[in-house]
Each structure stands twice: as C-alpha cells, then as structure tokens.
Design a binder for this molecule. Structure first.
Ligand SMILES: [Zn+2]
Length: 140
C-alpha cells in the first residue's frame, strides 16, 4: 500500500478536503438506483485518512434506506451551494470502521494518467451483488 495525499473540492470551492489513499486499490462504479442518478464514481478512504479542510457548514446530508433494509448505513454529503456530492460516509468492519466513499471527480490533485491506469471496478448493487460486475456496464 502506497498512501498518497490528495486534495479535493466541490464546484464552488466552498467545501475542500484532503484524503490519503492508495490509488492502486482502484475506484468503483455502481448501478444502484442512487448511484445511477448521481453517476457515482467513488473510491474508499479510511475514516482516519479523510480530513475536511473547510465548508462543514455548507454540507447537506441525504440518507437513503434501500428497499429491504432497516437503515441507510450511508450518509451522502453534498454542497448545499453548488450541489456537488463530495462523498458518502458510513461504518463497515471490512473497511476498518468509519469510511468515506469519495466521489472521484471531486479530486483536484489526481494525475489523469495515474487515474486512467488505476483499476476500475463495476459493482452490481442494483441486484444486491457487490461481489460481481453487472452484465451490462456500457452506461455506467
Ligand atoms: Zn460547493
């Protein structure tokens, strides 16, 4: 694991953050109903590797309880001024407790070629199968 520090922000620059992660761990595209609408593209960051630099007061939260579940599990945080979603956050034992799913397009200091060469995973959460890719990923 080679952790590197990256900077990110929303469109209006009201919310800015820094995060450390290993880009070689890759990023994800998901086909659940929410990710489809938001064109979500995210990568996981451990809770202790994410730091909000400014804009906490601008962040709004969306909680969604998927069908068949009793609670949301994830809080989607977005800038109330420009509307850009910055990340979702939740708790998962597999990810070491608190984690962030950072919206990749909000990363400002990411090298384009590095990103192109990093693994990209497609996950079939529309069918509750995060362990596999959907059969059709063309519009994800
Ligand atoms: Zn903003």
């Amino acid at each position: 694991m080679t952790y590197q520090r990256y900077l990110g922000s929303c469109h209006c620059q009201g919310v800015r953050y820094e995060a450390e992660f290993d880009l070689a761990a890759g990023s994800n595209r998901c086909n659940c109903s929410l990710c489809s609408k938001a064109r979500a593209w995210f990568l996981f960051v451990r809770g202790d590797k994410m730091n909000l630099l400014c804009g906490e007061e601008l962040l709004s939260t969306y909680e969604w309880v998927p069908e068949g579940r009793s609670e949301s599990g994830l809080s989607y945080r977005f800038c109330s001024r420009c509307g850009i979603r910055l990340y979702a956050t939740g708790e998962l034992a597999e990810l070491g407790g608190r984690f962030y799913a950072i919206h990749v397009p909000t990363l400002d200091s990411l090298d384009r070629d590095e990103l192109v060469n990093a693994p990209l995973r497609f996950v079939d959460n529309a069918h509750d199968r995060p362990d596999r890719a959907p059969t059709d990923t063309r519009l994800m």
